[in-house]
Design a protein around this ligand. Sequence first.
Ligand SMILES: Cc1ncc(COP(=O)(O)O)c(C=O)c1O
Length: 364
Amino acid sequence: MTRPDTVPADAAAAVLQLARADIRAMDPYRHASADRSLIRLHANESPWPPVTATIGAAEALNHYPPPQPPALLEALARAWGITPAQILVGRGSDEGIDLLTRAFCAAGQDSVVISTPTFGMYSVAARIQGASILDVPLLADQGFALDLPGIRRALDKGPKILWLCSPNNPTGNALSSADIEAVLAAASGRAVVVVDEAYVEFTGETPWTLAVARYPHLVTLRTMSKAHGLAGARLGALIAHPDIIGLLRRIVPPYAVAGPTLEAALAALTPAALTVTTERIGQLLRERERLAAALSRSAQVRRVLPSDANFLLVQFDDAGAALQKLRDAGVLVRDFRGHPGLGEALRLTVGTPPQNDLMIRSLT
Ligand SMILES: Cc1ncc(COP(=O)(O)O)c(C=O)c1O
C-alpha cells in the first residue's frame, strides 16, 4: 500500500532552506552504474566472486551493491505503508542520525534539542559536527514525558533539529501522541522534528512514519536491528519528504548498504519472515510482562518502569550489587547509574524465556 504525499511543494522547500547552503549546492557522488545486465568492467571490481564466499549468493560480492537498492526500498515501503521516495537506507539508524546532523547543522553555529535521558547518539553526532546541544530533560515525575514549555523555549533559540525518541531508550516509555503533535505544531517552519522509532514494533501503536506524508518537517528513523533481529547486518532507514531524502542522498556514503546486508534484509521482509517476526514480538511482549511482574516482587527492586519496548528500566536499592549478581550468572545488562533522574537504574533487555528465568533467579 502506498500513500499519497499531501505536503505542499512550497512547505517542503521551506524545510530545505533550514539545511546548510553548501550541502544544498553540492554535487553528489556519482555511483558506478548498478546495471546487472551488462558486463561490469567499469568499476575496477574483481571479475571473480571471493574464494570463500559462503554468503553473497544473490548479490555477488565481487560487485558493488546497488546504491539505495530499489528492491529494498520497495520492500520497506510495502511493509510500512509509505513510498520508496520517502526512504533513505544506510548502516543502521545511527547513520541517519549522523547524516541529518551533518546536513542541517553548520559547525560552530547551529544547535539541536535533545530530551535526556535518551539515546546517546544524538548528542554524539552533534558533538562530532560541532553543533551545540540544548537539553530539555524529560519529566521524570510525569513518566518521562516531554517538557513542552521547555521545548517551546528552546525553539526560540533557533535549533535546527529536535530529537524525540519514542519509545524512549533507556526509559522505555512511548511519548504521548498529543505531545508529539504539539512539538510538530510548534516547530513548523522552524526546525526538523525527528521521531526515532527504533522500538515502535513493540508498541502496537501506529508509527509516526505514516505521518511523514502530512508534515514536511517530520523525519522518522526505523531499524532492522531490533524487532527484525538484524543488528549485525547494520540496516536502518530514515523516512522523510522526498526532498529531504534527495538532500541526504548527496551526502550518504556510496554503496551504504552492503550486499550481504541487502540479502539479509530482503529475506527478513518476505511475508513468511514477517509472520515469524510478528510471532516473536508477541512472545517478547509476554516475556516482558512476566519479567516485569517477577522483578516487581523482588525485595531488591525499588521499581520496574512501565515499558513499551523490548527492554525494562529497573531501579534497585543497590544497582551495583544487582549488576554483580547478573555478572556472576554470566548476564550483561546496561548500567544507567549516574544518569540524572534515573537513580540506581539498570536496563535489562528482554531475552529468551531461559535467559529471562536466569535474570529472575539472580535478582529475586
Ligand atoms: C533509540 C535508538 N535509536 C537508534 C539506535 C541505533 O540502531 P541501529 O542499529 O539501527 O543503528 C538504537 C540502538 O540501540 C536506539 O536505541
